[in-house]
Design a protein around this ligand. Sequence first.
Ligand code: NAI
Length: 281
Amino acid sequence: MEKVGVIGAGVMGRGVAQNLAQSGVNTVLVDLSEEILEAAKEEIYNSVRLQSLFKKAEVTESPQEVLGKIFFTTDITLLNDASFAIENITEDWGKKEKVHKMLNSICPENCNILVNTSCISITRVAAVYNHPERVIGTHFMNPVPLKTAVEVIRGYHTSEQTIQETECLLKKMGKESIVINDYPGFVSNRISHLMMNEAAFIVQDGIAAPEEIDEIFKKCYGHKMGPLETADLIGLDTVVKSLKVLYESYQDSKFRCCPLLRKMTDAGLHGKKSGKGFYEY
Ligand code: NAI
C-alpha cells in the first residue's frame, strides 16, 4: 500500500492526515515533539467523532480506527520509502527550507513532494531539490476533511506526471484539483489576504466592528464566512506571516500588514486555535 508522509501536525497537517487515513491511505504524521503529536491525536479523535455525530453518512470508521491508520512520530527519516510527502509546517521560509533540504536527502527519487503553503512560491521550494519536477503546491483549504477542492500549483519545473499522480491522490481523498501556475499567494490568498487585511484596517480605524464587517459579507454578498471569521479560522499568526511573504515577494505596499493584526498576534491572540482573535471561542 502507498505510504504518505505528512510533515507538520498543526491545524492543516492533522486535517490532511485524518483525511488520508479516512481514505484508506497508510499515513505517517511527523512533528517536532510528542506533546504536539498527542494534541493532534486528540483533535483528530474529536473531529471524527463530530463528523459521525453530525452528518457524514459516509463516515463509517470509529475515531480509534482512523487513528489506527496514522503512525505518529518525531522521526522524519521514516519517510525514506514514502510515495508522497505533504509538507504543512509553519509559514516561514527559513523553517520550510530546512525541512525540504532534509526531505531531499531522505525521500526516494520518485517521491512526489506536495507543499502546503499559503503564499510561498513553489518554484522557490523546488529549487532546494535534486528533482524539482517532483515538487508541486497543494493549497488545502481549512478544515481539510470537509473541503472538496484543492488549489494545485504548478511550479516552473513541475512535471505532468507529478500533476497527474497528485490529482489521483487528491481524488482518492474526495477532492477536486484546480490547477494554476505559480506566483506567491497563488490565486486564493493573493486576493483573500488583501480582504482580511483591509477588514482589520476597518476595525482599527473604528469604522465597523468585526461582527458588522462579517455580516455584510454573509448577508449582502452571500459568503459563508466573513473575512475576519476566516482570519480567525486560519490563525492570525499565519495571516501575518503570509502577508509578510506577499509584501516581500511583490515589493508592493498594498500587502503591508495592518498594525492591529500584528498587535493582536504579539498579544497571543491567534484566533480560533488560541481561543481568542477577533472573536472568542
Ligand atoms: P500551525 O502553526 O498550526 O502548524 C504548523 C506545525 O508545523 C506545528 O505543529 C509545528 O510544530 C510544525 N513544525 C514546525 N517546524 C517543523 C519541523 N521542522 N518538522 C516538523 N514539524 C514542524 O500552521 P498551519 O495553520 O497548520 O499551517 C501550515 C501550513 O499550511 C502553512 O504554510 C500555512 O501557510 C498553510 N496553510 C494554512 C491554512 C490555514 O487555514 N491555517 C490554510 C492553507 C494553508
